[in-house]
Design a protein around this ligand. Structure first.
Ligand code: DX5
Ligand code: ZN
Length: 223
């Protein structure tokens, strides 16, 4: 279980609680973190930026009460700045916003940075990768989406791999590259070869009866 992933350089596996059983969230969290998951990915959706509503500060707080692990929040919301302070107060460590959600990503990155957290930038699969170039120097993390954001359990889009390679070449050693969507044992190695550091996984962990075995299978592919 990892509390400061920026101290580490190896590949890390981030279970996304979007596919957890919320009737027993605490034990689900313990199972994946004691079972080999490194830290957690939290998918915040507002029903406006994406056609799904997930959860916000309240469940983030419940997650924080369940574990000291680092909490990586993926904001699929139209107004990331509005919810930044409540999410950080609830225990989030990192806030990743969508370039399509804001009018000026440089201003948004600076506003989030001022709050004292790690900041990430991400984009929908259909958005040209160049859109995030102006903000690259200001962020700690770049998240490449390998599905259309909104739902877990979708099929991996292989066009994410050349994007990951392109971005990796532009990142400093203190920045991290993350991939999210459809990651499974049969594609995680390709993503690692493209330069990805952090692998978000929801259904390929939580939909399996034996979560530690599912995580071990993913890790085995990373070598
Ligand atoms: C999708 C979310 C993902 C999702 C991944 O909008 O950003 O984090 O939970 O789910 P899987 O791993 O099932 O594709
Ligand atoms: Zn996500």
């Amino acid at each position: 279980m990892v509390t400061d992933p920026y101290q580490l350089t190896g590949p890390l596996i981030l279970p996304s609680i979007l596919s957890a059983n919320f009737t027993r969230l605490g034990s689900e969290i313990h199972e994946v973190l004691n079972g080999g998951g490194d830290f957690l990915h939290l998918d915040i959706m507002d029903g406006h930026f994406v056609p799904n509503i997930s959860f916000g500060p309240h469940i983030t707080h419940a997650t924080r009460q369940s574990t000291p692990a680092y909490l990586d929040c993926h904001l699929m919301i139209s107004d990331p700045v509005q919810y930044a302070a409540p999410l950080l107060k609830a225990g989030a460590n990192s806030l990743t916003f969508h370039v399509e959600a804001v009018t000026d990503p440089i201003i948004t990155a600076k506003e989030l940075k001022k709050l004292g957290c790690h900041v990430g930038i991400t984009l929908r699969p259909a958005t040209p990768i160049e859109k995030i170039y102006p903000v690259l120097d200001l962020v700690d993390l770049v998240l490449i989406m390998s599905v259309v954001p909104g739902f877990s359990g979708q099929k991996f889009m292989p066009e994410a791999l050349p994007k990951a390679e392109t971005i990796k070449r532009r990142l400093r050693a203190d920045q991290r590259l993350e991939i999210d969507g459809g990651i499974k044992p049969d594609n995680i190695r390709q993503a690692a070869d493209a330069g990805v550091d952090w692998f978000v996984v929801a259904s390929a962990i939580f939909d399996k009866p034996d979560r530690p075995a599912a995580i071990a299978e993913l890790r085995k592919q990373l070598g």
